[in-house]
Design a protein around this ligand. Structure first.
Ligand code: GLY
Length: 374
């Protein structure tokens, strides 16, 4: 197969089984037109007393909630819809309290299913509500952003933010399944699409050379959101993540942590921007900083860094911080933030760094002087 060709996903719908989670293994189904058939997909989880369909105002305005509600009702589910304000501030304890109370008022019980229809905020918050209400009700993911489809909907990380720290309160709580409709990516705003691509590029550069080659030679199709390519990308990323989560669900063996290329820089950049720099773009920029760090400690050569920079540019990703951040950045402050990252232990500065295209490893005890760009 030439890397110019997009590999055929064989069928428009592909089931990916996370079999390594034993009884809790679940299917991820990707394809076009899937929102319409969510009722059929969920029918295997009957009996179900009620479905609580959690979404946000943006998804509702696009009509996706109506499609899902109709499909669920058509399959005989008793559905109630709850909508939150779009955006990160909804991932709060205040919204959680409101939702727990609404679930109680709506008669949601342990035979109910909470369906999250939306991006990362709706998915993370919905999973947290499902994990905690009545000590846990069943949960299903229908992600509608590229970032949620390739990353946050898979693997069971759910939670809410604290005012001073994103994703600080939460748990691992796997969904019953994930149903992905790649058609919805056509209506995704440009910035959201770029954020999803930031995570896609992460998989390609640090974990999968085949994906990298295909994206590199089909950059025009990436930018134009070619539907066959998007189906391939989403399926491929879910497969990579599904395999890793199956091997290291709770991030304890050193495998799952490898999903975090670029993230140590990205989290610090998000904080210094007061979260104005969106996560996926921060990951894209952070992974360029990580590549340069890897070069400084002689893990990769300059060609690697240049190739990654060119790759980001051709698929429409940023490679540098916006001027207002770059001009005011204080690297001592960045290093302090990194020392307090929730993945940091005893101040040990560790980074996922590339060794070659498609491969990476976790490197401990990085000397802070190597983190600061020349
Ligand atoms: N986003 C990284 C993970 O789920 O582990």
């Amino acid at each position: 197969m030439s890397s110019k060709d997009i590999p055929d996903v064989n069928q428009s719908r592909m089931r990916i089984s996370l079999c390594d989670l034993g009884q809790r293994g679940y299917d991820i189904e990707t394809g076009s037109g899937n929102l319409d058939r969510i009722g059929l997909f969920l029918s295997r989880f009957k009996p179900c007393s009620r479905v609580i369909l959690l979404t946000d105002a943006n998804v509702r305005a696009l009509g996706y909630c109506t499609i899902v509600e109709r499909s669920l009702s058509g399959a005989g589910f008793d559905v109630c819809v709850e909508s939150i304000a779009a955006g990160e501030p909804s991932k709060s304890i205040e919204t959680a309290v409101k939702l727990w109370s609404k679930l109680l008022a709506a008669g949601i019980d342990r035979k109910s299913i909470l369906v999250s229809l939306g991006g990362g905020v709706v998915g993370d918050l919905g999973g947290f509500i499902a994990a905690t209400y009545a000590r846990g009700i069943r949960f299903f993911q229908a992600p509608t952003t590229l970032l949620a489809q390739v990353d946050s909907s898979v693997g069971g990380k759910v939670g809410i933010d604290l005012p001073a720290a994103k994703n600080m309160v939460g748990c691992f709580y796997q969904p019953l399944g994930v149903l992905i409709d790649t058609d919805v990516l056509n209506t995704l705003p440009e910035v959201e699409y770029a954020c999803g691509l930031g995570e896609v590029a992460k998989y390609a550069v640090s974990l999968d050379a085949e994906l990298f080659g295909i994206l590199e030679t089909n950059a025009d199709k990436v930018r134009s959101r070619n539907s066959e390519l998007l189906k391939f990308i989403v399926t491929k990323c879910c497969r990579i993540k599904g395999r890793i989560v199956g091997e290291d669900e709770f991030e304890t063996t050193g495998k799952r942590v490898l999903l975090n290329y670029g993230h140590t820089f990205a989290h610090a950049f998000e904080i210094i921007s007061n979260f104005k720099l969106p996560h996926g773009k921060a990951v894209a920029i952070g992974s360029i900083y990580a590549a340069k760090l890897a070069k400084r400690i002689e893990m990769v050569d300059n060609d690697f860094v240049e190739r990654q920079i060119k790759f980001h540019k051709t698929i429409g990703l940023p490679v540098e911080l916006p001027d207002e951040l770059l001009n005011t950045i204080n690297w001592n402050n960045i290093i302090e933030i990194m020392r307090h990252d929730k993945k940091t232990e005893a101040g040990n500065l560790k980074f996922v760094l590339p060794t070659k295209i498609g491969q990476c490893k976790l490197v401990n005890n990085i000397d802070p002087k190597n983190i600061i760009p020349e």
